[in-house]
Ligand binder design. Structure first.
Ligand SMILES: Cc1cc2nc3c(=O)[nH]c(=O)nc-3n(C[C@H](O)[C@H](O)[C@H](O)COP(=O)(O)O)c2cc1C
Length: 408
């Protein structure tokens, strides 16, 4: 699991788990008091599958983040941590925050932080809580600390360091500063907040929605992760949709390349022999099977490629399909200015083309047709011989990155 460390309030080290593609819109997850980032596991999976980049933080005094010596667990320390993380992120995330995390996020965004996020989802974060119920929750957590000392993934001192009531007062005073889309989620059966209190509370925000998770009490992410995830994704898709890039005739070539990169391919090295009987070759993923009868395949070679003249002038050429262990070879044959065959075992085939040793498949071809393909030349070859190793996994290429096969 990739871990990212942030420096929070007064130098505290905060650990976060990051998942997904950094180019995707970000979602920052904050857990509740007496929990850790583990609580978001099912949500993280669905968010990444829905094309979000997820950063799931351990709050101070929780999980793998610092448990500060000085015992600073007051609201300002937590808000300082969150603002420090937000200022380090490359983009403005949607914050999805449960109970304690939700209160921290509300204050951080309402008090001079509106520009730091694009949306806020408050989960099980009661806007009012009666003192007796608050004490009951705190006592239950302290009891766990007493019965299981040393084994808890959170520092029991946070319970005394954080004042719930003054935090809720601060939120009710400043919530109207938050203009971004807000979703307030509660369990329909929650014993901590009533429906009316929650409905009244969200009117403080300029742009808020209210969702109740049926058959769930407090802790909706545990009790009905399926319903919670569906509600969260629906909100994100409607209110903070993913940017879907689009290419139109005349747009930049990069966007077109990204669109074409959505087609997953294998990776090949196309080879030939030049006039001096030296092997030449380049990495190409534009390989396509064309016909079985006659047996034809094609590759597209850039008109700027140094190998092009040899390949078009030769009667024969080879196509070597790389296996998962040959990513290094793919890189070598894509980089200019090095002796590509010096470090790569190969032998001559029946038709005098270089064949890479141990490839997933080697095709020996006779040139069948050359066609113009814009800034590329399309070389169609008739397959004279194909050797292959069906037990190996292919090296894949998708979205500009190498991939491997994944079996569900
Ligand atoms: C995964 C991958 C796929 C590539 N596919 C092609 C391709 O289909 N056609 C092409 O001309 N270049 C392709 N390239 C780029 C060439 O391998 C690269 O430009 C190489 O340096 C050309 O070598 P040359 O100029 O010595 O012929 C690809 C590169 C990579 C990494």
């Amino acid at each position: 699991m990739p871990i990212q460390e942030y420096t929070g309030f007064a130098g505290a080290k905060l650990q976060a788990e990051v998942q997904g593609w950094p180019e995707d819109p970000a979602v920052l997850l904050l857990h509740g008091g007496g929990q850790t980032r583990e609580m978001w596991k099912p949500a993280v999976e669905s968010l990444v599958q829905a094309g979000r980049y997820v950063i799931s933080v351990d709050l101070r005094g929780h999980g793998e983040s610092d448990w500060p010596e000085d015992g600073r667990y007051d609201l300002d320390a937590y808000v300082g941590d969150l603002k420090a993380i937000l200022s380090e992120l490359g983009s403005r995330p949607v914050i999805v925050a449960a109970s304690l995390g939700g209160w921290i996020a509300s204050v951080a965004l309402a008090e001079d932080g509106e520009h730091l996020a694009t949306g806020l989802v408050l989960v099980d974060a009661p806007p009012e809580i009666d003192a007796q119920k608050a004490r009951k929750v705190s006592d239950a957590l302290k009891k766990r600390a007493e019965t299981d000392p040393g084994n808890l993934p959170w520092d029991v001192r946070f319970l005394d360091g954080f004042d719930v009531q003054s935090t809720l007062d601060r939120i009710s005073k400043s919530a109207s500063n938050i203009k971004m889309p807000v979703l307030f989620v509660r369990g329909a059966l929650s014993e901590l907040t009533g429906h009316e209190v929650a409905a009244r509370f969200i009117e403080n925000f300029r742009n808020a929605e209210f969702a109740e998770i049926k058959e769930s009490r407090h802790l909706v992410t545990e009790e009905r992760a399926d319903l919670f995830n569906a509600t969260l994704l629906d909100f994100l898709e409607r209110r903070v949709p993913r940017f879907t890039p689009e290419y139109r005739s005349g747009s930049d070539a990069r966007t077109l390349r990204d669109a074409l990169g959505c087609f997953a391919t294998g990776v090949t090295v196309v080879t030939g022999m030049n006039g001096k009987q030296e092997p030449i070759g380049l990495t190409a993923n534009s390989f396509t099977s064309v016909s079985l009868d006659p047996p034809l395949l094609l590759v597209c070679i850039a008109k700027t490629a140094g190998s092009l003249d040899t390949l078009t002038a030769s009667e024969h050429f080879g196509v070597n399909v790389l296996h998962i262990g040959q990513q290094g070879i793919s890189n070598t044959f894509a980089k200019p200015g090095q002796d590509r065959f010096a470090s790569t075992p190969w032998q001559r085939g029946d038709h005098d083309v270089p064949l890479l040793a141990g490839a997933l498949a080697n095709f020996e071809c006779r040139q069948h047709e050359i066609a113009d393909g814009g800034d590329h030349v399309i070389i169609v070859g008739e397959v004279l011989r194909a050797k292959f190793e069906p037990r190996r996994d292919p090296l894949l290429y998708f979205g500009g990155k190498y991939r491997r096969l994944h079996f569900a």
